[in-house]
Design a protein around this ligand. Structure first.
Ligand code: ADP
Length: 563
């Protein structure tokens, strides 16, 4: 193959590299989109969690202030006013204390178990109301001195302990009475934390879970849900509506007010209100689909490129094959005609022989040119045929006779096995062309001295014309491809056996125009060296086919594709 005929491989590689690069870029873009999405989602979730934390803090501070005003301060105030802090003075019972208090406090007072007075110096504990059990009493005596020292806020005059002690939830609320500037007496009461019930939902109008401008004034139970536990983790309150704790914040009521823990979970679909533009939409499936589409398109383009490359390589082989096939007979013709012209022949036989060779080579050229012409006509879809019913045996004999000298030149014996009386509609020239192509291949690819058999039989209402050789045969996997234009077996590409790769494609196309089929198979009889050889079969209908050529109209030359 000459350099100029070599297909432009580097350019194809360059285009393939560009396509792959495009795919890689698309992949990088998809990855970027994936990362951006994850980033946006993380930011959005952070915003929601921050909002949940704000809501929890607001809930805790609201709870703290409502407890102060409703449950803790009024009873302590009443105790104060009854001078319960003075040692030896009266210690009113919860029932007495509750008198005259306003509605929500009075309700809470119903669940107050006892009032107490504890002398920090004498460590004496007095109670009025339902007396606490011994364990609770001990605990109170142990806890009050420490708690009043560490947690009690002298400025607020109040502290609360909300815990479960001796299996009972308790809310101890007290104040410390001083004597000569020194803490002297702890006065307070123990209530049931169940009494906080109404307090959890109080004050929503004043302090909603999130600022109104953010939520558009949604009520708390549409915004989020709350759970309150005591300092020991035992649940005290759970809002009737509960949302998934996907976006939840935690906070603690100040220690002085009982140290309860608060969890607020925002309603997940609040995201669209709290985040500008809402939660980022997951575009990844769409992007993946587009990426897959791009990959598919690139794969298709690469496949097309490979086909183009293969075709250009086959074309290049074809050009070199044609030149090669033309050169050999032309050289022979020139050599023998020069011999004749210069009168260098020594005998009449030699002259005869030279003329025979010139004739053979000229025929070979004619055949080759016929093939090329046919091929070019079929490329332009201009092939016309005129099939007319004719007995096949004489046509085959004629072709065999015409081919005998060429066969003999390679020491090939040409036999015929003909069934007489087979009549089929054929275009004689086209049939001759097909047979010459098959016979030429049989002789070209088979060994010198082999026997090539040309036969015709009838089977299932169809004529079967066959050409058997004793050559290397066609590998089963290649038996379809050899009929493609320019296709040559690997072993013959660049070998000494010149070829163009169009002979069989011309055969298949002409057969298809007759409404028949052509294929290759193993030859039934093996050759001298035990090689199987190949058999090429042309199957022709015995009656004219509806789509066969009539000569009246040009037939599509690509009809062969359907054969
Ligand atoms: P070419 O000009 O190369 O002979 P063809 O289209 O006639 O082109 O054949 C295509 C290829 O099929 C050949 O190149 C050869 O590899 C293979 N082939 C055709 N006929 C035979 C045969 N009788 N024996 C072995 N191989 C064959």
């Amino acid at each position: 193959m000459s350099d100029s005929a070599r297909p432009p491989r580097p350019r194809a590689l360059f285009i393939a590299a560009l396509l792959l690069l495009t795919l890689v870029l698309a992949g990088v873009l998809a990855l970027q989109a994936h990362w951006t999405f994850l980033d946006h989602r993380a930011t959005a979730e952070r915003v929601l969690r921050d909002n949940a934390r704000v809501a929890a803090a607001r809930f805790a501070s609201r709870l703290s202030s409502e407890l102060w005003y409703v449950a803790f301060m009024p009873p302590l105030d009443a105790l104060w006013r009854a001078k319960a802090g003075a040692p030896g003075g009266p210690l009113p019972s919860p029932a007495q204390l509750g008198r005259g208090l306003e509605a929500p406090t009075a309700e809470f007072m119903k669940l107050v178990r006892y009032t107490f007075r504890y002398d920090l110096r004498t460590k004496r504990l007095e109670t009025a109301g339902r007396p606490p059990a011994a364990a609770a009493r001990r605990w109170l005596i142990d806890t009050l001195p420490i708690h009043s020292r560490t947690v009690y806020d002298p400025k607020e005059h109040l502290a609360a302990i909300v815990r479960t002690v001796a299996g009972m939830p308790r809310a101890i609320v007290y104040t410390v009475v001083k004597d000569k500037g020194e803490p002297r007496t702890v006065v307070g009461f123990e209530g049931d934390p169940k009494g906080f019930g109404p307090v959890y939902t109080m004050g929503q109008e004043k302090i909603p879970l999130l600022p109104r401008p953010l939520t558009g004034g949604l009520p708390d139970d549409s915004l989020g849900s709350a759970i309150v536990t005591d300092a020991d983790g035992i649940e005290m309150y759970r809002s009737p509506v509960q949302y998934q704790p996907r976006f939840a914040g935690h906070d603690t009521v100040e220690a002085m007010m009982g140290g309860m823990r608060v969890q607020v979970a925002l309603r997940p679909d609040m995201a669209s209100k709290l985040i500008i533009g809402g939660m980022p939409r997951d575009q990844r499936p769409r992007i993946l689909f587009l990426l897959a589409l791009t990959a598919g398109l690139v794969a298709a383009a690469l496949l097309q490129l490979r086909r183009e490359y293969e075709l250009s390589r086959l074309r290049a082989d074809f050009v070199s094959g044609v030149s090669h096939e033309l050169r050999t007979p032309l050289a022979q013709i020139r050599m023998f005609s020069e011999t004749l012209m210069l009168g260098r022949v020594r005998s009449d036989e030699e002259r005869e022989r030279s003329l025979e060779i010139i004739d053979q080579e000229a025929r070979r050229l004619t055949h080759l040119v016929e093939n090329l012409l046919h091929f070019s006509r079929s490329e332009r879809r201009l092939t016309r045929l005129s099939p007319t019913p004719a007995p096949l045996a004489p046509l085959l004999t004629e072709a065999a006779e015409a081919f005998t000298p060429l066969a003999a030149a390679r020491g090939v014996t040409l036999c015929t096995e003909l069934t007489d009386g087979v009549v089929a509609p054929v275009d004689a020239d086209a049939l001759r062309q097909m047979l010459l192509n098959l016979l030429d291949n049989a002789v070209k690819y088979g060994p010198p001295g082999q026997t090539v058999t040309l036969g015709v039989t009838v089977s299932d209402g169809r004529a079967l014309v066959s050409v058997d050789d004793q050559g290397p045969g066609i590998p089963a996997a290649e038996r379809e491809r050899i009929w493609d234009r320019f296709w040559r077996l690997e072993r013959d590409r660049g070998s000494a056996v010149a070829g163009t790769g169009i002979g069989l494609s011309v055969v298949r196309e002409l057969v298809a125009l007759h409404g028949g089929r052509a294929w290759a198979e193993d030859a039934p009889v093996s050759g001298p060296e035990g090689r199987t050889g190949s058999r090429f079969v042309i199957e022709l209908p015995l009656v004219p086919q509806a789509h066969a050529a009539t000569g009246a109209s040009p037939l599509r030359a690509d009809a062969g594709a359907s054969a």
